[in-house]
Ligand binder design. Structure first.
Ligand code: R5P
Length: 309
């Protein structure tokens, strides 16, 4: 039976593109609000016996987009879907994959635990903040890698005398791999996070002098990491007008203005979340083909039909 693609309200454009790539019409589904703020979901599609794929990055407001996804899954389950699969192009709370102080929750695990077997059969996610998050899910997870897609676009716009930079230790593997691919030097900014929006750079490893930074990260939220990294690189003799690249360009608040103010020349990002508009060049590479491949693979794979407890 033809798979069914339901599009949540967080990122309709991505869902529509996934449906197009799969070759199906998006499923009819009403998502609205009751006057008291509760979420109203109503599937208007015949899903009995079909695999239902729900496209929803859990972006801000994270609690709302997450709950909406769970409600759509419950609606599909109750309407007799054969399997329900979450296509979470961006997984909110992923950065809370460890506790930094006593008294904090392990929020990534709590969010992952909501993807229960009673609601979902499988989750598809893209570039989770760290590999250990995979272990927080109790149902099968496909962890897709968007870096090759980002790299193919970055390759077209690499500046002369580039140095690939990781703005913190967490992104160093990504930077190493890209630097090796292009035989370019690599540098790492050693960052310490002070608060949700403030970070400080302790040192820079690698020679950046006279080179144009290409700073790669998994996500941009407030832009604080990239601003601090750029300032540290400039202080170490790097050339200005950095190119920045990230899978998830959340770009909250005034982040784009901050990035423009430090002279960012270009942003390369995916559309895992709605891409920002900016006064500098923004190149967007779509993750829809990746997600559509996952849909086709799961829909045609009998092995993926794991028994539900
Ligand atoms: C942190 O470990 C992440 O990889 C990003 O560097 C960070 O989350 C970006 O956040 P912001 O843009 O707010 O500094």
């Amino acid at each position: 039976m033809e798979p069914c693609v339901v599009i949540g309200s967080a990122h309709r454009a991505l869902g529509e593109q996934v449906a197009r790539e799969v070759g199906v019409a998006p499923a009819r589904c009403t998502i609205a609000r009751f006057p008291d703020g509760e979420i109203h979901v109503e599937l208007g599609e015949h899903v009995a016996g079909r695999d239902v794929f729900v496209v929803q990055p859990t972006i801000a407001p994270v609690g709302e987009t997450l709950l909406e996804l769970l409600l759509v899954a419950d609606a599909a389950r109750r309407a007799g879907a054969a399997r329900v699969i979450a296509l979470v192009s961006y997984f909110g709370y992923a950065r809370a994959d460890r506790r930094t102080r006593a008294g904090q929750p392990l929020a990534a695990r709590v969010a992952a635990a909501l993807f229960e077997r009673t609601l979902f059969d499988r989750v598809v996610a893209i570039d989770l903040h760290s590999a250990p998050i995979e272990g927080f899910f109790s149902i099968p997870l496909e962890h897709l890698d968007a870096v090759p897609r980002l790299a193919s676009v970055l390759e077209e716009v690499l500046p002369e005398r580039a140095v690939i930079v990781s703005p913190d230790l967490g992104a160093s593997k990504r930077a190493d791999a890209l630097a090796a691919r292009w035989r370019l030097p690599v540098a790492i900014v050693h960052k310490t996070r002070v608060s949700g929006s403030d970070v400080i750079a302790r040192e820079v490893t690698g020679d950046v002098s006279g080179r144009r930074p290409v700073i790669v990260d998994d996500m941009i939220s407030t832009g604080g990491t990239l601003v601090t990294a750029t300032e540290a690189l400039l202080a170490h003799g790097a050339l200005d007008r950095p190119v920045i690249a990230a899978t998830h360009a959340l770009c909250v608040g005034d982040s784009i203005a901050k990035l423009a103010a430090i002279g960012v020349e270009r942003l390369v990002a995916t559309d895992s979340v709605p891409p920002p508009s900016a006064p500098f060049d923004v190149r967007v590479v779509s993750v829809a083909p990746l997600l559509a491949d996952a849909v086709r693979h799961i829909a045609s794979s009998r092995d993926a039909a794991l028994p539900r407890s």
